[in-house]
Design a protein around this ligand. Structure first.
Ligand code: AMP
Ligand code: MG
Length: 319
């Protein structure tokens, strides 16, 4: 069975194709700015402008036509409503035109599952760090969220600070580059039980920037502090659940320093650290196609969007 999928929940418009064994295509076009952040209506305009082009690219990469596709899946949520609507409408139109079955899937479940698929991790503590979400998750009878960011997600914290210091969107990769030349300055460390809070750190780092502390030092310290907080709660989840694996996923998993720190902690605990490969770290269509394939037996009649759909509300019948 060949699944074609549409991802549009945030900055990325992606089309992925999965054939039940391997990923045949993972085409995408990412909204970015030189300055300023992500405005939902502008992201939606971007997606409208690139959707046909990305579809053509994906089919070409897979050497297929729409006739070869058996099922279409799309990101139903969570995400930015205007952006989700573009993807839903596109998927619905394709399903109608080519008479294909359609399924809306959860974007976070797709991040977790593609992480398992790519790394071979079996039953990990998921450390999911993206632009909009930061959660420590374990699968029991469903996905359970053990801890999460109370205000803004870690990716969002990086993007926000990058915006404050004029780096544009997405900020994470630029912060990682600058951090290589930085040294440590103290920033607030905010862990509350199993939860983490990043908003105060961004405020303090911005204040220090305005006082003349070097960008490089602030980028380095922001990374060290945020990652240490995340690894602390992950370590607690690992001990509590008696698991032996941690899987780092989501766009922030692209950060080399982050996976390095995670590996050190796991080694000390006799656990194994997995990091999703770069291509499948951030948002992309392949993970939505894979998720559609996992859920292929499900029937769906209403094709809405669900911008606030939490991963712990997902029925994980395919597990
Ligand atoms: P996602 O929402 O999963 O696509 O992830 C996007 C988020 O990942 C954005 O907030 C980016 O700033 C962040 N990100 C991407 N690459 C890196 C990196 N190398 N270091 C830190 N954050 C990153
Ligand atoms: Mg995402």
């Amino acid at each position: 069975m060949i699944v074609l999928a549409v991802e549009s929940s945030a900055h990325t418009f992606g089309i992925g194709i999965f054939d039940g064994k391997k990923i045949l295509a993972n085409a995408r076009d990412i909204f970015s700015t030189e300055q300023g952040g992500m405005i939902p209506n502008e992201v939606a305009k971007h997606h409208m402008a690139v959707k046909e082009k990305v579809l053509v690219e994906a089919l070409k990469e897979a050497k297929l036509t729409m006739k070869d596709i058996d099922l279409i899946s799309y990101t139903q949520g969570p995400g930015l409503a205007p952006a989700l609507l573009v993807g839903r409408d596109f998927a619905l139109a394709l399903a109608k035109e080519y008479k294909k079955k359609l399924l809306g899937v959860n974007h976070i479940a797709a991040h977790l599952e593609i992480g398992l698929f790519c790394t071979g991790a079996k039953d990990p503590i998921f450390l999911f760090c993206s632009g909009a979400n930061t959660q420590v998750i374990v699968h029991e009878d469903k996905y359970r969220v053990f801890g999460e960011a109370l205000s803004i997600a870690v990716g969002n914290a990086f993007d926000k600070f990058a915006r404050e210091i004029g780096l544009g969107f997405p900020g994470g990769p630029k912060i990682e580059e600058l951090a290589k030349k930085g040294k440590y300055v103290a920033l607030p460390y905010s862990v509350k039980g199993m939860d983490v809070d990043f908003s105060g750190i961004v405020t303090r780092a911005t204040q220090l920037y305005k006082k003349g502390i070097a960008k490089e030092d602030l980028c380095f310290s922001l990374q060290e502090t945020c990652f240490a907080m995340l690894i602390e709660v992950t370590e607690r989840a690992l001990a509590h659940c008696e698991k032996k694996e941690v899987l780092l996923i989501g766009g922030v998993a692209a950060n080399k320093r982050f996976s390095e720190m995670l590996e050190v902690m796991c080694k000390q605990r006799g656990a194994k650290a997995f990091t999703v490969p770069l291509e499948y770290a951030g948002d992309q269509g392949a993970m939505i196609a894979y998720q559609g394939w996992l859920e292929k037996k499900r029937e769906q009649k209403e094709f809405d969007i669900n911008p606030k759909w939490r991963v712990d509300e997902v029925e994980t019948f395919w597990k």
